[in-house]
Design a protein. Structure first.
Length: 166
């Protein structure tokens, strides 16, 4: 990271950033080339583990699902990004303007979750993050229509630029 003063190393702060993010962007590649897909997500970061796991849901068919399944049990390599936009940092001339933000970038492997109990847990985590306090119940028909994927993160970095003091 070029500007180490912006690097976030504190795990508790990284968790806070993830908690405030609403969209996870996943970068992957398939036979058609590279693509990025924005998704809502749930996550878990068990005590004592170095990195979190992210969960997403998807239609069972389509480019995204096919690409994510392509790696089989070993998983498909992906990149991930989350960010919080905090607005402009104004300057006295054009090139002095900037942006205040917090962001996370990482890599990992994505694989399909097929165990029904794990699928239910993944959707519960997704609902807890996307709609805190909302009831999370899933019908058999709904569960049958959705694919669930887990990203096992193998590298994560975070940085932030605070707003300018006024």
């Amino acid at each position: 990271m070029r500007l180490s003063k912006r690097e976030v190393r504190d795990t508790a702060r990284v968790r806070e950033i993830i908690e405030k993010c609403h969209v996870l962007r996943i970068g992957a590649a398939d036979a058609e080339g590279m693509f990025i897909v924005p998704v809502n997500f749930g996550y878990e970061w068990p005590e004592g583990e170095a990195l979190p796991r992210f969960f997403i849901h998807s239609a069972r068919e389509g480019r995204k699902a096919d690409a994510f399944r392509a790696g089989g049990d070993g998983g498909t390599p992906v990149a991930l990004e989350l960010d919080i936009d905090r607005g402009n940092i104004t300057g006295t001339y054009s090139c002095a303007w900037s942006r205040s933000y917090a962001s996370i970038m990482g890599t990992g492997a994505i694989r399909e979750v097929t165990d029904e109990r794990q699928r239910d847990r993944a959707l519960t985590l997704l609902m807890a993050h996307a709609a805190p306090g909302a009831e999370a119940t899933f019908t058999p028909d709904g569960m049958a229509r959705v694919a669930i994927f887990r990203i096992d993160v193998d590298h994560l970095s975070a940085k932030e630029r605070a707003p300018k003091d006024r």
